[in-house]
Ligand binder design. Structure first.
Ligand SMILES: *[C@@H]1O[C@H](CO)[C@@H](O)[C@H](O)[C@H]1NC(C)=O
Ligand SMILES: *[C@@H]1O[C@H](CO)[C@@H](O)[C@H](O)[C@H]1NC(C)=O
Ligand SMILES: *[C@@H]1O[C@H](CO)[C@@H](O)[C@H](O)[C@H]1NC(C)=O
Ligand SMILES: *[C@@H]1O[C@H](CO)[C@@H](O)[C@H](O)[C@H]1NC(C)=O
Ligand SMILES: *[C@@H]1O[C@H](CO)[C@@H](O)[C@H](O)[C@H]1NC(C)=O
Ligand SMILES: *[C@@H]1O[C@H](CO)[C@@H](O)[C@H](O)[C@H]1NC(C)=O
Ligand SMILES: *[C@@H]1O[C@H](CO)[C@@H](O)[C@H](O)[C@H]1NC(C)=O
Ligand SMILES: *[C@@H]1O[C@H](CO)[C@@H](O)[C@H](O)[C@H]1NC(C)=O
Ligand SMILES: *[C@@H]1O[C@H](CO)[C@@H](O)[C@H](O)[C@H]1NC(C)=O
Ligand SMILES: *[C@@H]1O[C@H](CO)[C@@H](O)[C@H](O)[C@H]1NC(C)=O
Ligand SMILES: *[C@@H]1O[C@H](CO)[C@@H](O)[C@H](O)[C@H]1NC(C)=O
Ligand SMILES: *[C@@H]1O[C@H](CO)[C@@H](O)[C@H](O)[C@H]1NC(C)=O
Length: 702
């Protein structure tokens, strides 16, 4: 063969080979342009390698022989920072774009909304701003997720013209405002629409009633108002409908017979009135029904023979009146039942014992009576793990029947019942208890030492009772509180708890029991004897309150072992000696009081001690600040205020754990939760996730 021909041929083959391997050069340039707009580096993108199809997250097609086209870009959760620039829109074969869970900011390039082949666009969980989709054209798009960003503006007429084939549209947790445009009805392929967590207003968007294929509709956490009308029955394919936390009003339309696939309906925290419609209480498809926190009235006429799939039922904080219907017993799948705050009265019906699937029950503040009967019946619900009975049974006797047994109980709330008697022996067999609240009763005698044997107990509140004798030393050996690694089961029980915050009247919502701060509150009793040095073993306790007892002796220096402690209240006792300087080691301590004791000597300097107010130390004998600290404090002994007893205080004033909220803005609570978690070192997430958590909590209120 002629040598020059051979060379020519070789070069051609090499060129062809090269070309077949490489990605389209425009696409490559576009990707480089894209990465240049980022302020972070994409790991494993090596711009000196020619074939961009090998770069991390890049997918090419196989169709073209000469150059491969980029059809997918998946860079979710890669810690990308910076902005997206126009060059990305040069990737005109792009079908799949996922840049979610990054730190990208700025506005979206308008050309992004002209990609003719784009089918999937996921830009969720970034910091994007600006408005979306003005004059765009995405003829192939099926899936758009822009949730958890800072997009603004209205959802107006151009949207469905831009997205004619859209099936999934998620615009949740942004800052969209105004009414939902009438033209939304043109997005007729929509199956899944979420607009939750914005500031949308106006009536229920009528245009949505034309979306007959819609399966999932989330409108919660907006400012929609006005009544729902019968047109809702048009959405006969709905499986999930959430309109909670808006200002909808009027009666619920009787259209649930037409919504034959509806499995979840949530309308809590609105202003609905009147009775539950017949079709709703007879729905055979519903699994979850949440109508909490409205002003519905009438009796609770759930037809369990019809509602055969009902698993979770929330009817609390309405004006339903009693008695609790006997017919509940045939709701065989019922697992979560919340009737708290309704005006029920009467006793727990005896056939509640048939609710064998029941795991969580709240009858808080329902004016029911006969605690002996209630516990006797409910113990037969073998799967019960969460039981809230607080603010009922006023002035009854704590049942002492030793045969009562709640094998699976993890949470027991029986505070504010003015119960007489003592801590009953049957409780000893509730071995799974994690949270026990018996505060604001009239329980007396000694605190039994077997409470220290509960291996999972991390929240114990016996405050505001009449307990006498010493603090059982066994409480300083509670396994969950002594072992840092003993994590509490964080699973949600299905019924949130509320915890009052100090002073301001706010309350925190806790969906998971495990998020409550590990606590021991024995304050406002008549306990005597010493504070055991072994309290120092409680390495994971966050709150210890022994206020207003008659405890004596010194403050043990070993208390510095409670290394997670945030609140320590030893005030109003008869403690003597000095404040041990070891306590400056408690680096999370944010509230501390030894006021009104007989303590003397120098207040330790350093650590958190510099941050405590004068009131933490007042009413003692000769406490003084070292290094000229606390000089402006009047630390002399002041007359003791008379000891308070449970009987002389208004019951709602100091209550901390609640089975039902008082109607206080939950949003305040979430802000505080975050601050609290931050202080306590629970949240060590990167700042972005911190913010994200906060937003999610704020928005997914219940
Ligand atoms: C990028 O690719 C070139 C050529 O293949 C190679 O020499 C270089 O080491 C690569 N750089 C990195 C950071 O992988
Ligand atoms: C391209 O072809 C390769 C090998 O046949 C295959 O593994 C890959 O999935 C194909 N890519 C696309 C996008 O079709
Ligand atoms: C996008 O990527 C994220 C993170 O990798 C992933 O969780 C998400 O499911 C992806 N989105 C789509 C639509 O596949
Ligand atoms: C649609 O929304 C965009 C962005 O919010 C706004 O600029 C535009 O004026 C709106 N168009 C109409 C017709 O409301
Ligand atoms: C229900 O759907 C039909 C068919 O799309 C439509 O004609 C009718 O207007 C819808 N009803 C309401 C109240 O939107
Ligand atoms: C129930 O609510 C309806 C609608 O608000 C009202 O007209 C009716 O008087 C209420 N009934 C009772 C018993 O409160
Ligand atoms: C309850 O549901 C059953 C079964 O669907 C039905 O036969 C019965 O009439 C209903 N009862 C009432 C009061 O609606
Ligand atoms: C009770 O709980 C157990 C264990 O979780 C479960 O297997 C069982 O099905 C439950 N009983 C009922 C009636 O749901
Ligand atoms: C609670 O029930 C008693 C009767 O058991 C009744 O006299 C009282 O009015 C009820 N209280 C409320 C607030 O409904
Ligand atoms: C409470 O219920 C029990 C058992 O049903 C009954 O024997 C008792 O009389 C009831 N007590 C009151 C005060 O009604
Ligand atoms: C908590 O939830 C997880 C995941 O759903 C489950 O595997 C685990 O068994 C649950 N724990 C308890 C104690 O129910
Ligand atoms: C109940 O509704 C009121 C306003 O209607 C609201 O302020 C409060 O936060 C709601 N409670 C819960 C638990 O959502």
């Amino acid at each position: 063969m002629d040598l020059s021909n051979f060379y020519l041929c070789s070069i051609l083959v090499a060129l062809c080979f090269q070309a077949r391997m490489a990605c389209n050069s425009n696409d490559r340039a576009a990707l480089i342009g894209f990465s240049n707009c980022l302020t972070s580096i994409i790991e494993a993108w090596n711009s000196s390698t020619a074939d961009c199809c090998t770069w991390d997250g890049v997918t090419c097609d196989n169709s073209t022989v000469l150059s491969k086209r980029v059809i997918g870009l998946e860079l979710g959760n890669k810690r990308l920072t910076g902005t997206i620039c126009q060059s990305l829109a040069v990737l005109d074969h792009l079908g799949f774009l996922n840049l979610s869970h990054n730190f990208l900011h700025g506005t979206l390039p308008t050309k992004l909304f002209t990609l003719q082949n784009l089918e999937v666009l996921d830009l969720s969980n970034n910091d994007f701003t600006g408005s979306i989709l003005t004059g765009g054209d995405l003829p192939s798009i099926r899936f758009v997720d822009l949730s958890n960003n800072y997009f603004v503006g209205s959802l107006n007429s151009t949207l469905c013209e831009t997205l004619p084939r859209i099936q999934v549209l998620n615009l949740a947790s942004n800052s969209f405002t105004g009414e939902v445009s009438n033209t939304f009805g043109r997005c007729t392929s929509l199956l899944h629409l979420s607009l939750k967590g914005n500031s949308l207003s106006g009536r229920f968007p009528e245009s949505l009633l034309h979306l007959q294929d819609l399966r999932v509709l989330h409108l919660e956490d907006n400012q929609f108002s006005g009544p729902l009308d019968a047109g809702l029955g048009n959405l006969s394919n709905l499986v999930e409908l959430d309109i909670s936390s808006n200002s909808f009003s009027g009666i619920l339309p009787d259209v649930f017979g037409k919504l034959g696939k509806l499995a979840e309906f949530s309308a809590h925290t609105n202003k609905f009135t009147g009775h539950m419609p017949v079709s709703l209480v007879n729905s055979p498809s519903l699994e979850t029904l949440n109508l909490d926190n409205n002003t519905l009235n009438g009796s609770i006429n759930i037809n369990c023979s019809a509602m055969i799939h009902l698993v979770s039922l929330y009817l609390g904080s309405n004006n339903f009146h009693g008695p609790i219907p006997e017919t509940f017993s045939s709701c065989h799948s019922l697992s979560i039942l919340d009737l708290s705050g309704d005006k029920l009265g009467g006793e727990v019906p005896s056939n509640f014992k048939n609710l064998q699937a029941l795991t969580s029950l709240s009858l808080s503040n329902t004016n029911i009576t006969n605690i002996s009967a209630a516990l006797g019946i409910l113990q037969k619900c073998k799967n019960l793990t969460f039981l809230a009975l607080d603010r009922n049974f006023q002035n009854e006797q704590m049942p002492s029947d030793v045969n009562l047994q709640f094998k699976n109980l993890r949470v027991l709330l029986m505070q504010n019942c003015q119960l007489r008697g003592s801590i009953p022996l049957w409780l000893r067999r509730c071995k799974m208890l994690q949270l026990l609240v018996l505060s604001w009763n009239l329980l007396g005698e000694t605190v039994p030492s077997w409470l220290g044997n509960f291996n999972s107990l991390f929240y114990l509140d016996l405050s505001n009772n009449l307990f006498t004798g010493e603090i059982p030393i066994s409480l300083t050996g509670l396994q969950t509180l002594t072992n840092r690694n003993n994590l509490i089961d964080g699973n949600a029980t299905g019924i949130p708890l509320y915890k009052k915050t100090g002073g301001s009247g706010g309350s925190l919502q806790y969906k998971k029991i495990g998020s409550l701060p590990p606590t021991m509150d024995l304050s406002y009793n008549k306990l005597i004897g010493p504070i055991w040095p072994s309290f120092g073993n409680l390495k994971s306790i966050h709150v210890l309150k022994l206020k207003k007892n008659e405890l004596s002796g010194p403050i043990p220096s070993d208390l510095s072992g409670m290394s997670s402690l945030e609140i320590l209240d030893l005030s109003h006792n008869k403690l003597t000696g000095e404040i041990p300087s070891s306590l400056v080691k408690l680096s999370f301590l944010s509230k501390f009081s030894v006021a009104y004791n007989q303590i003397y000597g120098e207040i330790p300097t350093g650590g958190q001690f510099l941050t405590f107010p004068c009131s933490s130390f007042e009413g003692n004998n000769g406490l003084y600040g070292g290094d000229g600290a606390f000089t402006s404090c009047q630390l002399a002994h002041l007359p003791l205020s008379p000891p308070a007893t449970a009987a002389t205080q208004p019951p709602t004033e100091k209550m901390t754990i609640l089975g039902v909220q008082f109607g206080i803005g939950a949003a305040i609570g979430f802000v505080l939760t975050v601050i609290f978690c931050f202080m306590s070192g629970w949240v060590i997430a990167k700042p972005k996730e911190e913010r994200r958590n906060y937003h999610q909590k704020l928005r997914q209120k219940v």
